[in-house]
Design a protein around this ligand. Structure first.
Ligand SMILES: [Zn+2]
Length: 220
């Protein structure tokens, strides 16, 4: 077997540190971006399974901009997930006449019982977008996050781009900046760059985050 290159050894050391930080952290915050929405079905399923293994026994919260709701098919705890860009399994009135949200199949003919307009998926693509679908979980997340200040918080920002930076990317950077006991891993094939004052507590890994997480448990 070929000897490991310096780069490979550095990558191994980084993984070891990440494992130790996952073990040691009091709180684990995970942000999932577009890489997770783009990933193929089997791959993303395996990656969610790896995330579930990683978060087992941890006090965690997940913010995702994915609208595909595939995360809810995994064993990750639904009560610890917020999806502010919406969820294709939830429906709203396409005219926005009511803040009511329905699950798929709950309204048999797919027609808004209040105004007769067709129902549409409750995501940011709806116009108007009824935000009541995610606000309850979002408020739980905000409360949870407030409780992590001055605690050992580990942040995994996975595959987040610049389409909706106010949801994950910028607030996560702000959180790392203010919590001096925190560490962040930015794992992203394209947008892995880190700028500004948070570099000493932030590690950048230029890899596709779905593949990275999927392989994470198998490379001890
Ligand atoms: Zn309606």
């Amino acid at each position: 077997m070929a000897e490991k290159t310096e780069n490979e050894m550095a990558a191994d050391a980084e993984l070891k540190t990440l494992r130790e930080r996952i073990k040691a952290c009091e709180f684990l915050l995970i942000g999932l971006g577009s890489e997770w929405e783009k990933a193929g079905g089997a791959e993303v399923q395996e990656a969610y399974r790896a995330l579930a293994a990683m978060t087992e026994g941890k006090d965690y919260f997940i913010v995702t901009t994915a609208k595909d709701a595939r995360i809810f098919e995994s064993s990750l705890d639904e009560a610890k997930i917020t999806a502010p860009c919406g969820n294709v399994n939830w429906l709203q009135c396409s005219k926005g006449c009511t803040k009511d949200i329905w699950e798929r199949g709950e309204v048999a003919d797919g027609i808004c019982p209040h105004c007769g307009a067709p129902l549409t998926e409750n995501t940011v693509l709806a116009n108007p977008y009824i935000e009541e679908g995610y606000l309850k979980s979002w408020n739980l997340y905000r409360e949870w996050l407030a409780g992590t200040l001055n605690h050992a918080l580990l942040i995994l920002e996975l595959g987040v781009d610049f389409k909706t930076p106010t949801v994950i990317r910028w607030p996560f950077e702000k959180t790392v900046f203010f919590n001096r006991k925190s560490h962040m891993y930015r794992i992203n094939q394209k947008f892995y760059q880190i700028v500004g004052d948070i570099q000493e507590r932030t590690v950048s890994i230029p890899q596709n985050s779905v593949g990275f997480i999927r392989n994470f448990s198998s490379c001890d």
